[in-house]
Design a protein around this ligand. Sequence first.
Ligand SMILES: Nc1nc2c(ncn2[C@@H]2O[C@H](COP(=O)(O)OP(=O)(O)OP(=O)(O)O)[C@@H](O)[C@H]2O)c(=O)[nH]1
Ligand SMILES: [Mg+2]
Length: 257
Amino acid sequence: MMTETVRIYFVGTAGSGKSTLTQAFKLWMEEQGLNAITVNLDPGVERLGYTPDVDIRDWVSVKELMEEQGLGPNGAQIAGADLAALAFPEISEVIEGFRSDYVLIDTPGQIELFAFREASNVFLTSFTSGYSMIAFVLDPVIARKPTGLISLFVLSSSVQFRFNTPIELVLGKADLLSETELEEVQNWCDSPERLQEALEGIEDMHSMASLEFQKATETLGAHRRPVPISGLELTGIEDLYNTVQQLFFGGEDLSSD
Ligand SMILES: Nc1nc2c(ncn2[C@@H]2O[C@H](COP(=O)(O)OP(=O)(O)OP(=O)(O)O)[C@@H](O)[C@H]2O)c(=O)[nH]1
Ligand SMILES: [Mg+2]
């Protein structure tokens, strides 16, 4: 029987659907009779849309930092991220205390607060057991243009470069794309040649740079097929679950234990 906890960090650009997906994944797991907890890692979020099981705002509040230290919103976010690092040993103990199969971690809206601050590495390494992975959420509004998709590959490569953690791509809010658009994005992800062809059709100054970025992300392994998901319509979540189970346990299903 598999008992190791899996932690999934939902990371992506602002508004890509991380919070909705975190909650949707938990609901889906509960429906399957599996257990999962949600963790909010954004000390600055005002409205989350769900009640997380563990909330960093119980330790650090950006709102209070702004009021007490006279900081602006960005300065307070950064101070909050660094202050949070001090609380991580305690927070990770609380998380481990749940002994849940899955820990679904909702990261800050501003991706750089998670991706580029050292505090995140402190958090990632503060657990004593289990597995961690990053689900990098591609925003379909960005991904449906060839240059946008490449920019997201570049961003996911730099997230991968920052953390020594497996990363899977997720195409969030997939319900916003028509079937044809979804197929086109998937085709570009499957085939670097098709993405290059789409780029060559664009006659602007960026196409040369885009081609170079595309080649680099292909070499780095960031250019790959994402799992399409809609947190709103609860579709594709099982596919992500299966991908994660495959990654860590060779496909063994928790529910068959
Ligand atoms: N159509 C559609 N809309 C979605 C989906 N998921 C989220 N949204 C909408 O997209 C907006 C942002 O969703 P969030 O889940 O808050 O995204 P986020 O990445 O957590 O946002 P920040 O934390 O603010 O960066 C909200 O208006 C959601 O209702 C989805 O699967 N489909
Ligand atoms: Mg959010």
